[in-house]
Ligand binder design. Structure first.
Ligand code: DAH
Length: 338
């Protein structure tokens, strides 16, 4: 018998065997072993290769390989044929049942709060600007009127990378933006900031801020108070009251801190507001003329207000989170709750 007719016979035989599998009289695995097993019929044909004249061997090898590929494909199909008795079970399936739930991710709480803050200021006409996280002393400090020996430049607070600094606040974006754009300016600058601080429940080496800057002719402290009061009521609810306390920042004059009436006790006093009735939310003030000089804006023509807030702090208050580190650990048991 030639190899060619041996292959034909084997194919016919395989056809009959596979009909038996479909009829449930035999099973696919048994057939696989019979044909493709180590001592199976195909291996048997391969072992005859030695007795074939050398010139015919390549064609014979190819024919056998084709046979093997064909059988492998057919067996694959056969192994999907339900075993005897299994078909009945399939008919019992209830196709109207809902499928397995597909687990969805969620937006990180910090991102959620930043989006909310952006939306609120969008209504007040602010557009969004981004500044670099790795910057120079000039943008992070000098142009913002930090005196040469100001404690905020101290190695304790700032991460240095060669001549660069990891920005300690988003205020650097004020300088970048004003250097690149003529006034008027109305921007909101969200982003990450870095501080060389001991890590604790309250502070982390990395956190987020949102910075605001509005520069125009005749901008006053009244604009600042009105806009930030609107912001606080939009974020924390209409009933929230604000107050401004005098403060100090090198880049604003006058400077202030804004408090909101405690969102937990309404101002009566509780352990969250430490019985003060107020929660500190942000720093702000009128842009110092020295800052305008460093970006070549004429301070006799332009005025502005600026503010900056910590996003984690706001998120902790809004969501009642007691440990800042939870925002950075990526633990889904925490993140799933938002
Ligand atoms: N940069 C300040 C900080 O990191 C926050 C700040 C205060 C920003 C007052 C301002 C501002 O723009 O006017 O603590």
């Amino acid at each position: 018998m030639t190899l060619h007719s041996a292959i034909e016979t084997l194919r016919e035989q395989f056809g009959q065997d596979s009909r038996k599998v479909r009829a449930g009289e035999s099973d696919a695995e048994q057939i696989r072993v019979k044909y493709l097993g180590r001592k199976g019929l195909v291996a048997g044909l391969f072992s005859k290769m030695g007795s074939i004249p050398a010139t015919d061997r390549p064609a014979a090898g190819q024919a056998l390989n084709e046979l093997k590929t064909y059988l492998t494909g057919e067996l694959e199909k056969l192994s999907n044929v339900p075993a005897k008795g299994e078909e009945d079970k399939r008919e019992d399936m209830d196709y109207t049942l809902p499928g397995d739930p597909f687990p969805k991710g969620s937006i990180h709480p910090i991102t959620q709060i930043m989006e909310e803050i952006k939306d609120i200021f969008h209504h007040l006409g602010f557009s969004v600007a981004y500044g670099p996280e790795i910057d120079t002393d000039f943008y992070n400090f000098e142009a913002l009127n930090f005196p040469p020996n100001h404690p905020a430049r101290d190695m304790q607070d700032t991460f240095y990378i060669g001549d660069s600094v990891l920005r300690t606040h988003t205020s650097n974006t004020q300088i970048h933006h004003m250097m690149e754009h003529d006034p008027p300016v109305k921007i909101l600058a969200p982003g990450r900031v870095y501080r060389h601080e001991d890590i604790s429940v309250r502070s982390y080496c990395l956190f987020h801020q949102v910075e605001g800057l509005f520069v125009d002719k005749a901008v006053t402290m009244a604009d600042l108070k009105g806009d930030l009061d609107y912001f606080a009521r939009s974020l924390f609810g209409e009933r929230v009251k604000t107050r401004f306390r005098p403060s100090y920042f090198p880049f604003t004059e006058p400077s202030a801190e804004m408090d909101v009436s405690c969102i937990f006790c309404g101002g009566k006093g509780c352990n969250i507001c430490k019985y003060a009735g107020w929660l500190e939310i942000l720093g702000c003030g009128m842009v110092d003329p020295e800052v305008f000089k460093s970006v070549h804006y004429d301070p006799t023509v332009w005025q502005g207000y600026a503010f900056g807030m910590g996003v984690e702090r706001i998120a902790m208050l809004k969501f009642g989170v007691e440990d800042i580190r939870l925002f950075f650990e990526g633990d889904v048991r925490f993140l799933r709750q938002f």
